[in-house]
Ligand binder design. Structure first.
Ligand SMILES: C[S@@+](CC[C@H](N)C(=O)[O-])C[C@H]1O[C@@H](n2cnc3c(N)ncnc32)[C@H](O)[C@@H]1O
Length: 391
């Protein structure tokens, strides 16, 4: 493929061609920084000069995307003579091919022509892709095990609870699922939109409450997938941050079940972010540590080096640490952290009941009790907590 021109129009066309795995040559004295960045890794070839007749030799497809209509016309003429399809960015009536608005969902490609109106094409393309993503348009062949497709498992990180914080890929996987095993911290409203024939299995693990054993979850994933179902394991946050996602992946691999991991917005970073608290800030914090507080310092099962964490200057984010907050705060102070270090507690992050409470390390345990904070909550220790009130 030969693209003549190196500006923003050429850039957009090149992006589409590279997505289709074309071998692309760009002819232009100058290119945008984004196009230049593709040269070094070998994603495209850049001929750094103006177009010359003969540049389309051996091409399958040409794009004329300069800001000079005379050059674009010359490119189109050469293409016509060589019987190479040519898209003229400045004159669709002089083009031998029109570029559709393209959308992708996995291996499915949707192309829309808008009868000469590119915005119309984009609007319909977006509507179709959105429908495929949220399940209101069903890709029946993709869903049908009888269609010859083997069962599979997708481990989807659902983010902290707001359905708007699920990735597009995660939402697509849920929309195509035959079976969804869902955690209570995953976005529950995604389940509401599933058709009745989709099996939804409650795989919640309530803190100190009812809980499906991990072995049972693993067994269900494998069993349903081996029965030819498309199984989604919908988890809160990211599957690999205190989520036991690796155990589920290992169980699938051991059983020969194809498995895909879709990362999610982890509550460790996303929930403080929603409260306006960055886990890093230039000139203030060059590190952040995410730590599980499900067992307190000194507990025989604890794997955390609390002495090292107490010496840390940067940000400490604690998950599963409501009941253990007092013991953890005391350990951090004992090992060097200033007692007045600011702390923010964010409960029910990203949901309508989100609460943010501010305190200090020494005041943490009393604040949690006074405010009646319940899981799920993350708490953040460090100078970054002091930034948000200045906003
Ligand atoms: C078992 S861990 C799972 C973490 C998850 N994999 C992630 O990446 O966010 C559960 C803990 O995550 C935190 N958490 C998850 N969702 C939360 C939310 N919406 N608001 C506050 N904390 C949340 C809480 O500390 C909760 O106890």
């Amino acid at each position: 493929m030969v693209v003549v021109g190196g500006g923003s129009v050429a850039h957009r066309r090149v992006a589409g061609l590279l997505e289709a795995r074309a071998r692309v040559t760009v002819v232009s004295p100058e290119v945008t920084p984004a196009l230049e960045a593709l040269v070094e890794p070998g994603s495209l070839t850049w001929v750094a000069r103006r177009y010359q007749p003969g540049d389309l030799d051996g091409a399958w497809y040409a794009v004329a995307a300069t800001d000079d209509p005379a050059v674009n016309a010359a490119v189109a003429e050469e293409a016509e003579r060589l019987r190479v399809f040519c898209a003229r960015a400045d004159d669709r009536s002089a083009s031998s091919v029109w570029t559709p608005a393209v959308g992708r969902q996995g291996d499915l490609v949707v192309g829309v022509h808008g009868g000469g109106d590119p915005q119309r094409a984009v609007g319909v393309r977006d509507a179709v892709v959105a429908g495929l993503t949220d399940g209101s348009i069903r890709d029946r062949a993709a869903r049908s095990p009888e269609g010859g497709r083997a069962g599979s498992v997708v481990l989807v990180g659902g983010g902290p609870g707001d359905p708007g914080l699920v990735t597009v890929r995660g939402q697509q996987a849920v929309a195509q699922a035959d079976v969804v095993l869902a955690d209570h911290l995953a976005p529950q409203s995604l389940l509401a939109s599933l058709p009745p024939e989709v099996e939804v299995i409650d795989a919640s693990k309530l803190p100190r409450g009812r809980s499906m054993a991990q072995e049972q979850i693993n067994a269900l994933l494998v069993e349903r997938a081996l029965a030819g179902k498309r199984v989604v394991r919908l988890k809160g946050g990211d599957p690999f941050v205190f989520g036991r996602g690796m155990e589920e992946l290992e169980a699938c691999v051991a059983a020969g079940v194809p498995v895909e991991v879709v990362p999610g917005v982890t509550s460790a970073i996303g929930v403080p972010g929603l409260a306006g608290i960055p886990v890093t800030h230039r000139g203030l914090t060059h590190e952040f540590v995410v730590v599980s507080g499900h067992v307190p310092p000194g507990h025989p099962q604890s794997l955390v080096d609390w002495t090292a964490l107490g010496r840390l200057r940067g940000t400490v984010v604690v998950l599963m640490g409501v009941d253990t907050a007092g013991a953890i705060a005391a350990a951090l102070v004992e090992h060097g952290r200033a007692p007045q270090t600011p702390v923010a507690v964010i409960a029910d992050g990203s949901t309508p009941t989100q609460r943010v409470v501010r305190t200090t390390l020494t005041g943490l345990a009393a604040t949690l009790a006074d405010e009646g904070i319940r899981p799920p909550a993350v708490w953040v220790v460090g100078d970054v907590v002091g930034l948000a009130p200045q906003l």
